[in-house]
Design a protein around this ligand. Structure first.
Ligand code: A2P
Length: 330
């Protein structure tokens, strides 16, 4: 793109959309015109960006009749299903945060540190992976390249901000003694809910199968055996994950540490003797993926355990989407 792009942020009033605007501002993303869109409910209200007020427009079938180059969508799966193809047909490149298009073979699924070149296979829609998948991909990529992963066991401890405004409200109210049950079927305060998104016939949740399928697509390797258990925990921001890996090749822990420390976007925080390991509250508000508790899994020949924490709204959603847009304008 030679000129500065015209940008649209769809779902600008939501938790992710709001952070997309913040990240665009922080990273000084170049643009000519910016359009902020949401549902009819928000139309006419204003959003401040770089000291200027922008009027929120209702997203309609005509929203993309004006010249827009890149649209960052964070307005839920149903909205993306309907409007992303309409935008793409008018020449817009959509970076979509929902799960609607992720497994479509014509839609690249991109983590910029891992598979940046996939963006160029786009036919108008590029998908941002699931938040839990994104943060897992950064440590997994250099280890897979070096030792070939045979099997992965994901166990997640996911923050309520991943459910949007309703999830945050359920935990806030629950901590104050009122169990709201707006976002979840059980109280989240004082509980761990082994239930994220809906249950499938195979007994897994959709969230768990997203981790399984999206990991294979991003790494371009269908042969890795993967299982996942996704749990919602009473934490406001940042997802934590236990990742157990089994490799084909032998490894040395020192080399693993150095591979992880030098991979872009990763920070190793691993000094258990001094109580140093990644924590949700420390990761919140940052863009890096934090990795600690790096240790051998002695139950198999070549196994490794990791504890991986990242801000689910930033790297897990908004920052990753803005990084994809940055690849497009390079
Ligand atoms: P609105 O605030 O006008 O309802 P969250 O996941 O944090 O709740 O945010 C969802 C985002 O998606 C909000 O910005 C919301 O706008 C937007 N949204 C939801 N439904 C639609 C729709 N049909 N058209 C456009 N934006 C939508």
């Amino acid at each position: 793109m030679s000129k500065k792009p015209n940008l649209a942020v769809v779902g600008a009033t939501g938790v992710v959309g709001n952070t997309v605007l913040k990240v665009l501002e922080e990273r000084e993303f170049p643009f000519d015109n910016l359009y902020v869109m949401a549902s009819a409910k928000s139309a006419g209200k204003t959003i401040s960006f770089k000291g200027k007020d922008y009027i929120i427009e209702e997203l309609t079938e005509h929203s993309f009749d004006i010249p827009i180059d890149i649209a960052l969508f964070s307005a839920g799966g149903e909205t993306s299903k309907k409007y992303a193809p309409l935008a793409a047909a008018k020449g817009v490149i959509v970076v979509d945060n929902s799960s609607a298009w992720r497994m479509d073979p014509d839609v690249p699924l991109v983590v910029p540190e891992v598979n940046p070149d996939d963006v160029w296979r786009n036919k108008g829609i590029i998908a941002n992976p699931n938040c839990s998948t994104i943060q897992a991909m950064l440590p997994i990529k250099p280890l897979h390249d070096k030792y070939r992963i045979k099997r992965i066991v994901f166990s997640t401890y996911q923050a309520v901000s991943g459910t949007g405004v309703k999830g945050i409200e359920d935990l806030k109210q629950g901590l104050a003694g009122n169990d709201l049950l707006i976002a979840y079927p059980h109280p989240i305060a004082g509980n761990c809910l082994p239930h994220i998104d809906s249950f499938l016939e195979n007994g897994y949740t959709k969230e768990e199968m997203k981790m399984v399928n999206e990991t294979k697509k991003i790494l371009g390797d269908e042969s890795i055996r993967i299982t996942a258990t996704a749990v919602r925990v009473p934490v406001f921001d940042s997802h934590s994950e236990s990742i157990n890996l089994e490799f084909e090749k032998p490894f040395e822990l020192d080399e693993v540490r150095s591979l992880l420390s030098s991979f872009k976007g990763c920070t190793v925080a691993d000094d258990p003797e001094n109580n140093v390991y990644p924590l949700a509250r420390q990761a919140a508000g940052k863009d890096d993926v934090f990795i600690g508790r790096i240790r051998r899994d002695y139950s198999v020949d070549s196994g490794l355990n990791l504890w991986v924490v990242s801000d689910n709204i930033r790297k897990g959603a908004a920052t990753n989407a803005v990084q994809i847009a940055e690849l497009l304008i390079k």
